[in-house]
Ligand binder design. Structure first.
Ligand SMILES: *Cc1c(COP(=O)(O)O)cnc(C)c1O
Length: 394
């Protein structure tokens, strides 16, 4: 395939592996195993002397197409598709640490990601320090001689804070630490962590990559050497492989990713401006607005705004619940990146397990709402929000 293709072209054509039937759409290879021409060809395959698949837990044709398309989009050298975003995050982190190692992570993380570094890793003797990732001096201060991994998400869930990826990567490269970036909120279209100096990128493909609420998926992308030395064996033997059916669904998702994300981002930008003008809204956080507290870093590392808008109502939890309940087009759901607009009250759902103090640190109050904008007509979404806001106090 052509290296000079622009992303939208790669997302339709890259990685396609046609069977002898010459099908237009990618085929779903729902097979667990593969047969060999002869004993000698089985032996050669197992020795790695010939290319080809061995067992679907290791790799399979539809998954291979999905991985190749993602590799081309991300500018990585290799990848492994996983059954969910969390399988990708767990694999990316756990495959490269051992007892006695230390992880530094930005504390504003997706809840399950925080569990991996804060609760799971320490059970196996891997210590973790959580920092406010917005300030590079916090990363510097947390480094120990045994630090092996930096882990961050940017923009963060739900308050859309950002971390200066190039600055964190520069520090990591000075001291030989690997940087893992969860790039879900930015999407592979708007932010390229590998170009900014990070080493490993993970996605929940469940979000924008599927984008139509159908299946779970994830992927870990990096350079070939890191995958060979760290992820390859871990992936084969712990079994987080993606279902080929889901790989097929996600390949179809990738074809329309730029169209959907463009529409979703345009909608989000209009909605953010609309919300900023409402007297019942205390504040709006949107990476595409000039009043984002870290607009300078966003301008440096992102090429688009966001499909998400975070806002806070003056009327607190009561107003937030009333607004959600009055909406007719926008649905209440903790998912994001979907073609359908979805709204979440983080304090009582996705972030309910944080302590009151933890929520305050993360900037989440009773009045905070996270809106994932879909591909509907922006005017219908604004009409819906407008009629709902009219019904609330504050
Ligand atoms: C959803 C999400 C995950 C987990 O992905 P699943 O596919 O649900 O396992 C990890 N990180 C971020 C930022 C997410 O939004």
């Amino acid at each position: 395939m052509s290296k000079t293709w622009r992303p939208a072209t790669k997302l339709v054509h890259e990685g396609t592996l046609r069977s002898p039937y010459g099908e237009t759409s990618e085929a779903i290879f729902l097979t667990q195993g593969f047969v060999y021409e002869s004993s000698a060809s089985a032996e050669a395959r197992f020795k790695g002397e010939t290319d080809g698949f061995i067992y679907a837990r290791y790799g399979s044709p539809t998954n291979d197409m999905f991985e190749k398309r993602m590799i081309a989009l991300e500018g990585a050298e290799d990848a492994r598709a996983t059954a969910s975003g969390m399988a990708a995050v767990a694999a990316a982190i756990l495959c490269q640490v051992k007892a006695g190692d230390h992880i530094v992570a930005a504390r504003a993380l997706f809840g399950s990601c925080r569990y991996i570094v804060e609760t799971l890793a320490p059970k196996y003797g891997v210590e973790c320090t959580l920092v406010d990732g917005r300030d590079i001096t916090n990363w510097e201060a947390a480094v120990r001689p045994n630090t092996k991994v930096f882990f961050l998400e940017s923009p963060t869930n739900p308050t859309l804070e950002v971390v200066d990826i190039a600055a964190v990567a520069a520090l990591a490269n000075q001291i030989g630490v690997k940087v893992v970036v969860d790039n879900v909120f930015a999407t592979p279209l708007f932010q390229k962590p590998l170009e900014l100096g990070a080493h490993i990128v993970v996605y929940s493909a469940t979000k924008h990559i599927d984008g139509q609420g159908r299946c779970l998926g994830g992927i870990v992308l990096s350079d070939k050497q890191w995958i060979d030395e760290n992820l390859h064996d871990y992936f084969r033997h712990t079994g987080p492989a993606m279902s080929p059916f889901n790989a097929w669904t996600l390949l179809k998702g990738l074809e329309t990713l730029p169209l959907r994300v463009k529409q979703q981002t345009e909608n989000a930008a209009k909605i953010a401006d609309f919300l900023a003008d409402q007297t019942k809204v205390a504040k709006v956080i949107y990476p595409g607005r000039k009043d984002h507290p870290q607009a300078d870093i966003i301008a440096k590392q992102m090429t688009g705004g966001s499909t998400l808008v975070c806002f806070e109502l003056k009327g607190g939890k009561e107003a937030a619940f009333a607004l959600q309940d009055a909406l007719k087009v926008v649905r209440i759901s903790n998912n994001l990146g979907d073609a359908k607009s979805l709204i979440t009250h983080p304090a009582t759902t996705t972030h309910k397990n944080l302590s009151e103090e933890g929520r305050a640190e993360a900037g989440i109050t009773g009045g905070t709402l996270r809106l994932s904008c879909g591909i509907e007509d922006a005017e219908d979404l604004i009409d819906d929000l407008s009629q709902a806001i009219a019904k609330i106090g504050g």
